[in-house]
Design a binder for this molecule. Sequence first.
Ligand code: FPP
Length: 250
Amino acid sequence: MYKGNINLDILPEHIAIVMDGNGRWAKQKGFDRIFGHTNGINTVRQITEAAAEVGIKYLTLYTFSTENWNRPQEEIHGIMKLLVESIEKESETFRKNNVRLLAIGDLLRLPEDVNKKLQTCIAETSSNTGLSLVLALSYSSRWEITNAIKNIAKDCLSGKIDDIGLIDETVISDYLTTRNIPDPDIVIRTGGDIRISNFLLWQAAYAEFFFTKTYWPEFTKDEFFRIISEFQNRERRFGKTSEQIKSTKN
Ligand code: FPP
């Protein structure tokens, strides 16, 4: 079955987005960076609704990176304030749209009130069965992988893992903050830069990448749907040959 150009029978399960370009968008219009983030929230709402509408199961948004802690205090404070306000404001939308909120990252580094609001919303939406909206907060892959290695080492020392030979890719995935979340099929980056910026390095091993020049506040549902449709026309080979892929399809 089709919705526009999207084949609903072969939907990507997980789409991850680097929401870049808020600051430049605001500057271009003569406003301060926070104005860009405030407008970015409208795009978050539209894309969340669009993802839920077609039946995407996981949408991960790179909301605040480990490196973002180095931004001016005023901007950090502004983003944290926006986060609390949005979580509060959108709780009802989550309930109505059957959205489950999740978060990945070093959440203990967040201001206490932000983490508290977040945890409350996560608990309140935990039984929703539609889209899982995953906010990456105080997140970076190198932080996450370092943390996983420390925890694996700890479990080796305590004897919980008693055979190093048993540490495989599944075990490593289980020590990441994304445990229980499938790997992303699509990674989108808005804002014109072509880089990954410490985002889902392990998980995106076989993701399809899409880079757009559109600044995040101007990213639309139409462009999002166009990307999904283009994804559906790409051949994912996972290291195999095109012939092998075609023969398993038939
Ligand atoms: C990147 O643009 C964007 C951020 C670091 C913050 C994004 C946060 C929001 C849109 C608010 C999120 C709220 C919810 C509820 C998910 P940039 O500042 O790096 O832009 P630039 O590259 O143009 O400077």
